[in-house]
Design a protein around this ligand. Structure first.
Ligand code: MD6
Ligand code: FE
Length: 222
């Protein structure tokens, strides 16, 4: 019988393990698992108030990842550029409040990774279907780049591409599973990163999707 060697699917999440991705970047395996059952209903509420949408990049491409936000500021994109906005451009209304469980998890993860006093004012919700991907990019639209970013993975596994400070630097592939949290800041804050096309699959709790919550201190809207 033929079989495919699939190192990523085979890699088990070992909750509690932490892996250094840089001097100031950590993968906290399974860190979000104790919060997961609180996160999922809160996520549905956010999505009801501010539905997922496929944003258009300044270059005119429609993103394959569905996005929405919660918290005082939300990341958005259109032909004019990327920016943080205090209102949902689709409705002109404030983004949904950041659920308490989201904030508590983000602050606990930042602290675990050595970043005290993390006060996220923006949570970007990224929703992947099989085939959705995020090309290599830097997160540099935030006002204050001294604060870290906390990124929570839920649902189907994905392969995270983790690069250097220049776009052309070598990248490594990091498998991310349901409950994993990545925290990075300091000298690693502007590392290039991306997500390879999501593979088909069915997650027992979330079905055929991956959700990523990315918490930032975005600062003053521009
Ligand atoms: C994702 N994450 O994991 C996309 N950016 O679905 C990001 O682009 C990201 O995970 C900055 C910091 C952490 C991240
Ligand atoms: Fe990013």
């Amino acid at each position: 019988m033929a079989y495919t060697l699939d190192l990523f699917a085979a890699e088990p999440t070992t909750p509690g393990e932490r892996q250094a991705l840089g001097n100031q970047a950590w993968l906290l395996r399974g860190f979000a698992l104790p919060w997961a059952e609180q996160l999922l209903p809160a996520l549905l509420q956010v999505r009801q108030q501010a539905p997922l949408r496929h944003l258009v990049t300044p270059g005119g491409f429609t993103m394959s990842v569905g996005m929405t936000n919660c918290g005082p500021l939300g990341w958005t994109s259109d032909r004019r550029g990327y920016r943080y906005s205090p209102v949902d451009p689709n409705t002109g209304r404030a983004w949904p409040a950041m659920p308490g469980a989201f904030l508590a998890l983000a602050q606990a993860a930042a602290r675990e990774a050595g970043f005290e006093g993390f006060a996220p004012d923006a949570c970007l919700v990224n929703h992947y279907r099989p085939g959705s991907r995020l090309t290599l990019h830097q997160d540099r639209d935030e006002h204050d780049l001294s604060a870290p970013i906390v990124s929570v993975s839920l649902g189907l596994p994905a392969v995270f591409q983790w690069g250097g400070l220049a776009r052309g630097d070598r990248t490594v592939k990091v498998p991310l599973q349901h409950g994993d949290v990545v925290v990075w800041g300091g000298e690693d804050r502007l590392r290039y990163h991306g997500v390879l096309p999501l593979k088909e699959g069915e997650h027992p709790r979330l079905g055929p999707r991956r959700v990523n919550l990315t918490f930032r201190q975005a600062g003053a809207p521009r």
